[in-house]
Each structure stands twice: as C-alpha cells, then as structure tokens.
Ligand binder design. Structure first.
Ligand code: AMP
Length: 436
C-alpha cells in the first residue's frame, strides 16, 4: 500500500501554535498601547502588491529585491510579489487613499506577515512578522528622536532591557555622491580582498558593500572612509541635533559610522536596535530611518518621512528564552485609546528636549498627551491643540525652560497660568480627575 504523503510547512515558514499565542497577544497588546499613546492610526495593506512598487521603492540593487522576493505572475499576467517590507506599501496606501491632504504629520502603524526568500536559520525566516511605524510629513530631527523613544518604550514594556542602539546619518542626495566616490575609490584599491558579490556591488551600489556580512569584507570595512566626514551642512546639523535630543532623553547610543541599512530609500538618519551582547547583524530587532524622497519617488508630493520596523519572531524568541514578563496594564492601555486631554507645546530646541522628557513622564503616569514635536510655531501648535479639543495646553518656551516653569492654558477660555514645572504631572493628574 502506498504511504500517505505527510504534508509539512514550506521551508522557512512556521505555524504559530496556541501555546505561543499568549505571548504573541501580549506583544501585540503592548505595541497597540504604545501606538495609541503616540496617536498612530492603524492600517492594513494587502500581502500581494505590484512588483514594481518594491523595485522602485526599496531599490533595484538591494539584497531584498535582487535575491529575496517571492515574485510571480498571476493568471492575468500581472507581476506581483508577496510584500517583503512595509514602507512602500504604506506609502502607496497613503497616496492612493488621499491621505496627502491630511494634517501633517500623518502617523500610521501596522503589523503583519512579510516574505523574503532567505536562507532559513534562527531568527531568519521566509515568512516573518513585523510591526511598523511611519511618521509622514515631518522633517525634524526631534521626530526621529520621538520615534526612537517610542520603539524603546515597546522593548521596555516587553521586559527587554539589554539592547544596543546604533545610529548614523547616510546624508542626502546632495552630499552622498561625494562620499560614494571616496568609498568606491577606497574599495577599488582593495578589490581583491572583497567577496564576489561585493565586487559586483561596488559597481552598482557601493553603500551595500558596507552591509556585507562576509568576514573578509568586514575586515576591509574597518578603515573605510566614514560618511559623517562628508555630510553637507544641513545633514550634519540634522544628525547633530538628533544626537543632542537622544542625550537629553538619556537614551544611550553607539555611533556606527558604517551603518547604512539594506534599503535604498534612506537618507539622513538610520538606526538599528539589537540585543546588547550580540554583535551579529542578523540579530537586529528593530531597524529604521528617514526617507525624505520616497513619497515623491512613488508618485506623491515631495514629503519628508521617517519610519521603523521591528521583527516579531526575534523579539518573541528573546521573551521566551529569557522568560520575560511583558508589563500589561489593561486599564492604562484602554485609556490610551481615548483622545488626549493635554497638548504639549514647545518653542525652541531646549523646550523640545524638556517636552520629550515630559512625554515619558506623562506616559509613566498613564496620562495620554498629544504633541507636534517637529513644529516650531506657537500658533500652529495651539491650532492643532484646539482642533484636537484638548482641555489644556502646556506651553514651554525658552523663558519657561530657564525659569523651570510651564504655562498651563485652559483651551476653553484661553486663561493662562504660570506654574512650576516641578509637580506639574501631579497637578495635571488632579485636574483631569476632576473633569471626570
Ligand atoms: P528590515 O526590514 O530588513 O530592516 O528588518 C527589520 C526587522 O525585521 C529586523 O530587525 C528583524 O527583526 C526583522 N526581520 C527582517 N528579516 C527577517 C527574517 N527573514 N526573519 C525574521 N525576522 C526578520
């Protein structure tokens, strides 16, 4: 008698069984709560997309597009792919659904499966899941800092304490060509020490050589030119101010001058968060960066943006291995679903730094606050605050920073009081309680 065929999952793809679902649910709960606190709207895009979207968006000569796409033709002869990453899909949805006319920034998040034809190994699968955050329509470095803060908040809530944040700037279309010339020259002089792939990459996309995991290429990289030395004034200022914001928030980071990330659309800020002791790139938990030209490239209006994505499987593996316990506070999480009652207004860099810290403190106290950290103008921030119908705006300008005070503006009657910064959370907590 013929033996019955035993069906198995396709290579690199896994079932998520009920025993694991408890952790998946908790991780999703934490991500959702943090997304709600920072006022991101959730979207979901189809798993199948036009192949061209990623060829154009992610970049023709990236590893993801060259080697890892699950692409095929439909019966109707359309060339489609199982999405390999989220950003191009989200930008397509943003343009296609008319979100370009919305008040900026538009903050979107999503979570779901992605597909890359990689060599399966621990932490590297052909079907995996990411959570993804995108802030569209904001060029400020303070926004990059806010996004990093949000991501670290997720890890903290999940119980992951030992992470390492690496940051770099890869410049813009003005200054990068100059750097690429230097890089090409450097590598051309050492071409015989590179792997076969990198020899090809060097011609098509020299930045990708910095990304290569081969040991011999890693060795050559050690003395390669660094892009920070080639940044134009604008990119330098942007990067410098991001680092200042991170310092002010007490977020420790490592400057990695060779961090470039594997996707072509990045410019200025790039960053990765990985387990502290792991110096292996494959162990990266979260990666992100700024992509100020992508929206235009995909047919939208020129719009700056920044985003990041984290790998669910890798994070869940750590939670299981280290027996971590995500900090789920259902009542607080539910309150983050409501519209905020408080808007934090800031004027000037010193105030931005203070506000970034205040956001954290309000969050720790379970109070949802709104802000527009990328804006510099008082009027536009107050307009947004009234549009959001918050009860109070807390205003922090240069003077208040120096005097350790903060202005509390009752949005209904425009009455303003100057209060000490110390104790402000307690005071606001009391006032909000009285409103209920
Ligand atoms: P990327 O989109 O390549 O920047 O990846 C962002 C995050 O997704 C990584 O830091 C990983 O946590 C996760 N990730 C990427 N590729 C895979 C994969 N093949 N399998 C599992 N997780 C992945």
């Amino acid at each position: 008698m013929a033996r019955k065929k035993q069906f198995k999952t396709i290579t690199g793809m896994a079932d998520i069984m009920p025993t694991d679902y408890k952790i998946w649910k908790e991780v999703e709960e934490v991500i959702t709560a943090i997304a709600n606190f920072y006022d991101f709207a959730r979207i979901s895009t189809p798993i199948l997309e036009d192949e061209d979207l990623f060829v154009k968006g992610t970049g023709q000569s990236t590893e993801v597009i060259e080697k890892q796409m699950f692409s095929f033709r439909t019966k109707g002869k359309e060339k489609v792919v199982l999405r390999p990453e989220f950003t191009p899909s989200i930008i397509r949805a943003y343009i296609e659904n008319g979100l370009e006319s919305r008040q900026k920034p538009v903050k979107l998040w999503t979570l779901g499966p992605l597909f890359r034809y990689e060599k399966p190994q621990k932490g590297r699968y052909r079907q995996f899941h990411q959570f993804d955050f995108e802030i569209i329509g904001d060029a400020a470095s303070a926004t990059d800092a806010l996004l990093i803060q949000l991501l670290l908040n997720i890890l903290e809530r999940l119980g992951l304490k030992n992470w390492r944040l690496e940051v770099n700037s890869i410049g813009c279309q003005e200054c990068r060509p100059h750097y690429l010339k230097q890089l090409k020259k450097y590598y051309n002089e050492r071409k015989k020490h590179l792997c076969a792939d990198c020899k090809k990459r060097l011609e098509k996309n020299p930045l990708r050589v910095l990304d290569c995991k081969e040991e011999k290429c890693q060795r050559v990289k050690k003395t390669a030119p660094q892009i920070v030395n080639s940044l134009c004034q604008e990119c330098y200022k942007h990067f410098h101010s991001l680092l200042e914001f991170l310092d002010a928030m007490g977020i420790s980071y490592i400057l990695n001058p060779y961090l470039v990330r594997g996707l072509d659309y990045y410019e200025k800020t790039v960053f990765e968060i990985m387990p502290e002791e792991e110096n292996n790139r494959q162990g990266t938990l979260i990666g992100g960066g700024r992509y100020d030209k992508l929206i235009e490239q995909l047919g939208g209006k020129p719009t700056p943006a920044v985003g990041a994505a984290g790998g669910m499987e890798r994070i869940i593996e750590i939670i299981k291995e280290e027996n971590l316990h995500p900090n789920i506070q259902r009542r607080v999480f539910e309150s983050f679903e409501n519209p905020p009652q408080i808007f934090l207004v800031q004027l000037g860099d010193l105030a931005k730094k203070k506000i970034l810290k205040l956001i954290e403190e309000f969050k720790k106290n379970g109070i949802k606050v709104a802000q527009n950290i990328g804006k510099d103008n008082l009027k536009s921030q107050l307009q947004l605050a009234s549009k959001m119908k918050v009860k109070y705006s807390l205003i922090l300008g240069q003077r208040e920073v120096l005097e350790d005070t903060i202005i509390v503006r009752d949005m209904e009657n425009s009455i303003q009081e100057v209060l000490p910064q110390k104790g402000i959370i307690k005071e606001i907590k009391k006032r909000i309680k009285e409103l209920k």
